[in-house]
Design a protein around this ligand. Structure first.
Ligand code: HEM
Length: 135
């Protein structure tokens, strides 16, 4: 009998997310949602017109963040998510728009409901810590 993996332990979350390929699909759907959802238009406008590098960076970051290989620092060096985002005007509305895009993207993945809920709850933490404005 195979024990149910506990997300957050070892690379269980990285495996549940489908490793690099699965995370790349999540990130592609995330930026597609940001490109199309009206409630995300203002955060889309903070990003470069061309999202090629943003897609690569977020995919690589999430691989390490989910307990897999540290592909972001391998290519781009170290990053502290909250201080990096100080450069952008992020309040609760922007945080929630970002999380809405992630929820939309996660819904399209072949993930269990349990992992989707876990992922969104975990992502709230760095999203909230990236907030620099009260409103
Ligand atoms: C809270 C809402 C958030 C907003 C509005 C936001 C917005 C942005 C913007 C505008 C950029 C720059 C993109 C560009 O150069 O075109 C960026 C980069 C990035 N964001 Fe966020 N972000 C948010 C949350 C997050 C979270 C929660 C994570 C990680 C879990 C994250 C990971 C990254 C990474 C890895 C980069 C690339 C950094 C680099 O250029 O070196 N972001 N974000």
């Amino acid at each position: 009998m195979t024990a149910t993996p506990v997300f957050g332990q070892g690379d269980a979350s990285y495996q549940a997310a489908g490793q690099y390929e699965g995370i790349r699909r999540l990130v592609d759907d995330f930026y597609d949602a940001m490109d199309t959802l009206p409630e995300a238009a203002h955060i889309r406008a903070m990003h470069s017109a061309d999202l090629t590098e943003a897609r690569d960076k977020l995919t690589r970051f999430l691989c390490g963040w989910l307990g897999g290989p540290r592909l972001f620092s391998e290519k781009y060096g170290s990053i502290a998510i909250p201080s990096f985002h100080r450069a952008f005007p992020i309040g609760p509305k922007e945080r929630d728009a970002w999380l809405t895009c992630m929820r939309d993207a996660a819904a399209k993945q072949p993930y269990s409901d349990e992992f989707k809920a876990y992922l969104l709850a975990q992502l709230y933490v760095p999203a909230e810590r990236s907030r620099s404005l009260d409103e």
